[in-house]
Ligand binder design. Structure first.
Ligand SMILES: [Zn+2]
Length: 512
């Protein structure tokens, strides 16, 4: 992880609130949070039998049923529809349709997704002729109104920590940059021919792009955060940012170069778009509070049960298990729930597993718009995403510095809890608006924070296995995960038993 070398520890002075809150003692039930339970649960939830839990597939349903069954066994009360743990919602999926779409070059048909892969979701019709523009670097070649053919120049993107493998990122970003440049030069459509790395990644590009994009109709935020709109991180596999007039972008096999480099061939591109609904689900349970008044307020523990499913293989493994992302928090919530049932708090504790987070925070957008308890009764949302990796002594808490902080009182409680549990050195860089990953905006606390619910995001940050098939349960630091779990637990416990619930900061306004 490249940011490890530039860690800056965050020394936050504990204010008066923290001193006051430390009167909430650590409950003995915290000792029931055990490393062995976290391990057992995570090997089940992120094992190959769950097939990566992809939203909108039976695999997410299987994982959701498993999760709900754990909550039932632990003794939570269901808070979903009709006495179940399930809150259903529909995702709207939009993708290029194989039916009705066609590509012909020089009179020869190219089968969609196998012979040639659209590299964006742009639909449309283009009839024209080809012009070969080499690798695209010679800007004197006139591509205006033509179908520009170029050879792929993958970028060297080994340095940026983000979704997918470095090879995939290099190819995707090469496609984006080259097609963007040719579109700006007036090309009606762009065909990019794979080089050797591109050829290795051809199936991956086709598989991810053919999934299309997802949104949720009737969710909380009309404006999805930048970079997350509809697709989610790694969700749509697209990611090509194009001007509105951009034409189709096609990715061709290396073997097609001999034909495609001939200028003046007739091209007919017809790409049709289709939209349909696919179900996803939030899983919600509650441990009722013991105080007759405060039990009508809730501390919310939040995770997401979905991950990226079965995708392209890396070293022979095609199941993207998502052990850290976000099996880690999901099993942490099970452990927290066990402790909570053993020793309930004054306020109630609501446990929410959001579906389709990887598709663009869709489950949390839905639940924030259709909450099972009033938003105003939520004392805090404590969301975790990826809490079991990297250096044992460091972690991130996001939402603790302006402009992301929306409750200084809640921050003080979480820092107090850290001092009494994990004692992590907090890496403050990831919470900054200048952080290149925009990490604060990439998990399920965001829709709640936008609606003025005090919210925090616990994470141990990105790593090289993030959104690859290597994010497996055997790579988790279980001792660290246990400490992270206890930290989330105790933060929630303090919120749930404090005399005053954490207040929202005046003038809270996210930068996007
Ligand atoms: Zn993820």
């Amino acid at each position: 992880m490249r940011f490890r070398s530039v860690l800056i520890s965050c020394v936050v002075t504990l204010g008066a609130e923290a001193q006051a809150q430390s009167v909430v003692p650590t409950p003995s039930a915290m000792q029931t949070i055990r490393e062995q339970d976290l391990r057992t649960d995570l090997f089940a939830m992120a094992g190959d039998a769950m097939r990566g839990r992809e939203a909108g597939t039976l695999d997410e349903m299987r994982a959701s049923i498993w999760t709900a069954e754990q909550l039932r066994k632990i003794g939570l009360a269901p808070m979903g529809e009709e006495g179940t743990f399930f809150q259903w919602f529909n995702m709207r999926r939009t993708r290029l349709s194989t039916t009705g779409s066609s590509v012909r070059i020089g009179g020869k048909p190219f089968a969609l997704w196998t012979d040639i892969a659209p590299a964006s979701n742009t639909a449309g019709d283009v009839v024209g002729t080809t012009v070969f523009a080499g690798d695209g670097s010679d800007s004197t070649i006139d591509v205006r109104g033509r179908v520009a053919v170029v050879t792929l120049r993958p970028t060297s993107q080994g340095t940026r920590t983000t979704t997918n493998t470095p090879e995939y990122r290099a190819v995707r970003q090469g496609i984006t940059m080259q097609s963007g440049a040719l579109t700006r030069r007036g090309a009606a459509a762009v065909i990019i021919v794979a080089d050797s790395i591109g050829e290795m990644m051809f199936e991956a590009v086709a598989k991810l792009q053919s999934r299309g994009a997802y949104t949720v109709i009737g969710g909380a935020n009309r404006f999805a955060p930048a970079g997350r709109g509809g697709g989610g991180r790694g969700g749509r596999g697209g990611g090509a940012t194009q001007a509105p007039q951009a034409g189709p972008i096609l990715f061709a096999h290396r073997s097609a170069l001999e034909q495609l480099r001939q200028d003046g061939q007739g091209v007919e591109i017809h790409l049709r778009s289709e939209s349909f609904d696919a179900p996803s689900v939030n899983i919600i349970g509650v441990v009722r509070g013991t105080d007759p008044v405060l039990r009508n307020e809730y501390v919310v523990f939040s995770s997401h049960q979905d991950h990226d499913g079965v995708r392209y293989a890396v070293a022979g493994d095609s199941i993207w298990n998502g052990a850290d992302d976000n099996g880690s928090t999901s099993v942490a919530l099970l452990a927290i729930a066990r402790a909570w049932v053993k020793q309930p708090s004054k306020r109630s504790a609501l446990f929410i597993y959001h579906g389709a987070e990887e598709r663009g925070l869709l489950g949390s957008l839905w639940h924030a718009a259709h909450p099972v308890v009033p938003l105003a009764s939520m004392a805090a949302v404590l969301n975790g995403d990826m809490i079991g990796r990297n250096h044992p002594d460091t972690a991130s808490l996001l939402g603790i510095q302006p402009p992301h902080r929306n409750s200084a009182a809640l921050v003080a409680m979480a820092l107090d809890a850290n001092n009494r549990t994990g004692k992590f050195v907090l890496d403050s860089l990831w919470d900054r608006p200048t952080h290149t990953e925009g990490w604060y905006f990439r998990s399920d606390h965001v829709p709640y924070a936008r609606l003025n619910v005090p919210a925090l995001f616990f994470s141990t940050n990105l790593h090289d296995d993030y959104h690859t098939p290597r994010d497996n349960p055997d790579r988790i630091d279980y001792a660290k995960l246990t400490r992270m779990t206890k930290w989330m637990y105790l933060t929630g416990w303090i919120v749930a038993n404090a005399k005053e619930r954490p207040a929202i900061d005046a003038g809270f306004q996210l930068e996007r």
